[in-house]
Design a protein around this ligand. Structure first.
Ligand code: ATR
Length: 277
């Protein structure tokens, strides 16, 4: 596609809940850029055809199509290939190119919210082994973290990550999750526990020392019980909304040619929409 005015959207099924149109719409208006960003609900039977013949000038990809998009675009970059998943598609020289900005979003938000945290300062504990976990591991390893301990309810899935990422990553049983926090400088919850409608994440943070960081990628509610506990213990807490906002930055720049800023104003807008439900 070589539209004069880029038409972008978020492709998924269902996709109605996506905050991406709000985020990109905010930036389009703020920077006075001509273009649009909408919802692209794609029924499962249409997905392969949609991604192989992209009818828009670019897209975000969400559940359940990140792997389908990976297989159907013309080219993928290193980020996407490492994860086997695409969350952003752009077009160059008539070809669709798939990338993945989830790891970037995770790390950019961490550095913005906990600037004193250093990847070299100690081990990281990750809870969960689902779709988001791989991107986070990749970003942390790239940033120089020397040890990542993963605990997951299904140990086999944590072991798969250990095998995929090599010796800096180790798998642990779910009931070890509090113990392996000893000397960790960062805990990341990548499970769906604590999300509205799910049980809370049951873990004691007592082993973590002051100044350590607790990052929950759940953003609805914004302050999970995990983050509340972190706060009461004097730990640095990082919520999941910023990851969503920051992962949108590279896509906007690729489609519209302007690097946008994540501001309090944008954050407040999205927070208000979460409160409304
Ligand atoms: P995805 O679809 O991204 O793969 P998911 O299947 O929704 O993610 O699960 C996300 C993570 O939350 C997984 O690590 C999952 O653990 P399992 O691998 O054992 O399924 C974890 N999770 C979900 N419910 C959980 C629970 N009640 N207790 C512990 N972990 C849970």
């Amino acid at each position: 596609m070589s539209d004069e005015v880029p038409r972008i959207g978020v492709a998924g099924w269902p996709v109605l809940h996506s905050r991406s149109p709000m985020i990109h719409g905010f930036w389009l208006e703020k920077y006075g850029i001509a273009g649009s960003y909408g919802l692209l609900p794609i029924p499962p039977d249409d997905a392969r055809h949609f991604f192989a013949n992209l009818p828009v000038s670019g897209a975000n990809v969400t559940i359940p199509y990140k792997e389908t998009a990976f297989r159907c675009v013309d080219e993928t970059d290193e980020q996407a290939r490492r994860l086997g998943a695409v969350n952003t598609i752009y077009i160059r020289d008539g070809k669709t190119i798939g990338t993945n900005t989830d790891g970037y979003g995770f790390l950019a938000h961490l550095k913005a919210t906990a600037p004193e945290w250093r990847s070299a300062s100690g081990p990281v504990v990750l809870l969960g082994a689902g779709g988001a976990t791989r991107a986070i591991i990749g970003a942390l390893l790239d940033d120089g973290v020397s040890e990542i301990r993963i605990a997951n309810r299904t140990l086999r899935r944590a072991e798969e990550l250990e095998n995929a990422f090599g010796e800096r990553v180790s798998a642990h049983a779910w009931d070890q999750r509090a113990e392996i926090l000893k000397d960790a400088t960062l805990l990341v919850n990548t499970t769906s526990l604590g999300m509205k409608g799910n049980p809370p994440l049951d873990i004691s943070l007592a082993q973590m020392s002051k100044g350590s960081v607790v990052y929950d990628i759940v953003y609805n509610p914004l302050e999970t019980e995990l983050l509340r506990q972190a706060h009461s213990l004097g730990l640095v807490s990082v919520d999941g909304l910023g990851m969503l906002l920051h992962q949108a930055v590279p896509g906007f720049e690729l489609w519209f040619g302007h690097r946008p800023e994540v501001t309090e104003e944008l954050r407040d807008l999205v927070v208000a929409s979460l409160v409304e439900g």
